[in-house]
Design a protein around this ligand. Structure first.
Ligand code: ARG
Length: 462
């Protein structure tokens, strides 16, 4: 049991208490950020004359050595220390002696852990943004390739109107684009440095907080020391943004699972992204999509858990806040894994164009366009709606599509129909005459694709 605070105690900590309180088993994850923060702190202390230049150089070299040894596996971060902060300080003192004892001058673990968590989160947020961007690139490629791939669009999971695959994928493009927007906003809002806030009330040492903020690439220092050590808002809003990403991935996964069924056969997931059954030899299951859908619950859980942890906390730091870590780390790892695998699955998936367009032709997806045809020939829309309703009923009885009826059959239902109706209700017309901005018509779809290409250029990875 290695602790930083034995002085005022007369008894050893109970072993169970020690284990319950310790955080090293999970906060060792941000060992690098902890050491980078300490290096910035020590540079600032020397600049302010609080440490000598020799002391600074000894500490910097010492921390650098610890960092390298941890990274190349020579030094193991073991559970005998309470937390990562104690580990670094203890090893430093062990290696360089007295100058190491000055590292913690003008600092508390409260502002230190606030800093470490922010630095780690900033790195993870950046990685996640990069992964969402890769998913967007794959989507954009598929959109470009599929502006003419006709498929049924659904409402209530019932065939509604024909669209294109580009249009359907474009809906997800918009969702993930907004997700990146949220990540960027959060990054900007959280990017203020808490270091120098001390335990809660700042410190009497003449620290230069602007300087440490600049060294660690923050936009500036935070402005209230009590808030700085107890703010976890940025994690809550990030977990909310991650929950939304997962919700989008989960909806998309659900569609892929449906599209991949024998009944639909719109897509075929690549063998590399499918799994088999131990008993049924014919099976090829969409496990990746199912797992992504399933893991969504974990990320929502992290959000609810942290919101609940924070709700009753008085100012300033309370140990409850240590609970922010495991669930947040799990959410980061889960989202990164899901994004990477989902993108790979999408990138290698085969879309069965013929099956999709055949499916669009069945199910009367051109019924609205048939009604519009009558409207264009002077029939009021409500009457046209009724006529086409009867027409659909007739088609169901005959087991035919509208366009498979003869002109005579059509005229029997409404004399307004002429030969040009066949062209007016063809799948190509139904899709490509829909030219309102955001609609599937090829011309506007291409316009939207080029707007989105520009957006990608204007929004490089963070
Ligand atoms: N391990 C703590 C946390 O994760 C940081 C240390 C603050 N500890 C303290 N006793 N003030 O929140």
């Amino acid at each position: 049991m290695a602790q930083l605070w034995g002085g005022r105690f007369t008894k050893e900590t109970d072993k169970l208490v020690y284990n319950f309180n310790a955080s090293i088993s999970f906060d060792k994850k941000f060992y690098r950020q902890d050491m980078l923060g300490s290096m910035a702190h020590v540079k600032m202390l020397a600049k302010q004359g609080i440490l000598t230049e020799e002391e600074r150089d000894a500490v910097l070299a010492g921390i650098q050595g610890i960092l390298e040894d941890v990274e190349n596996g020579k030094l193991e971060i073991t559970d005998e220390y309470e937390d990562i902060h104690s580990f670094v300080e203890a090893v430093l003192i062990d290696r360089i002696g007295d100058p190491g004892k000055k590292l913690h001058t003008g600092r508390s673990r409260n502002d230190q852990v606030a800093l470490d968590m922010k630095l780690y989160t900033r790195d993870e947020l950046t990685a996640i943004d990069g992964l969402v961007r890769e998913l967007l690139s794959v989507l954009l490629r598929l959109m470009k390739e599929n502006t003419e791939t006709i498929m049924p669009g659904f409402t209530h999971l019932q065939k509604a109107q024909p669209i294109t695959l580009a249009h359907h994928l474009g809906a997800y493009f918009e969702m993930f684009k907004r997700d990146r927007g949220r990540l960027h906003d959060i990054y900007e809002r959280m990017n203020y440095c808490p270091l120098g806030s001390g335990a809660l009330a700042g410190t009497t040492y003449p620290l230069d907080r602007e300087y440490t903020a600049e060294l660690l690439e923050f936009a500036g220092p935070t402005l209230n020391s009590m808030d700085s050590v107890s703010d976890r808002d940025y994690l809550i809003e990030l977990l909310s943004a991650l929950s939304t990403i997962m919700m989008h991935l989960s909806r998309f996964s659900e569609e892929i699972i449906i599209w991949n069924t024998n009944e639909y056969r719109f897509v075929e997931i690549d063998d590399a992204y499918s799994t088999g059954s131990s008993i049924m030899p014919q099976k090829k299951n969409p496990d990746i999509a199912e797992l992504v859908r399933g893991k969504t619950g974990r990320v929502y859980g992290a959000l609810m858990s942290l919101l609940t942890t924070m709700k009753g906390l008085p100012l300033a730091y309370n140990k409850d806040m240590q609970e922010d870590k495991e669930l947040t780390f799990d959410a980061f790892d889960t989202v990164k894994g899901c994004l990477a695998l989902f993108t790979g699955m999408l990138d290698t998936m085969k879309f069965n164009h013929d099956v999709m367009s055949e499916s669009a032709k069945k199910g009367f997806t051109n019924a609205t366009d048939a009604a519009d045809y009558l409207v264009n020939h002077g029939v009021p829309f409500r009457d046209a709606h009724g006529i086409i309703g009867r027409l659909v009923l007739y088609c169901i009885e005959q087991n035919k599509a509208i366009e498979e009826l003869s002109l005579e059959e059509l005229k029997e239902i409404s004399p307004v129909f002429e030969k040009d109706v066949y062209d007016a209700i063809s799948m190509d017309t139904c899709v490509n005459k829909r030219l309102t901005l955001g609609a599937p018509g090829r011309a506007v779809m291409e316009q939207v694709i080029s707007l989105n290409e520009k957006w990608m250029e204007e929004h490089p990875a963070l």
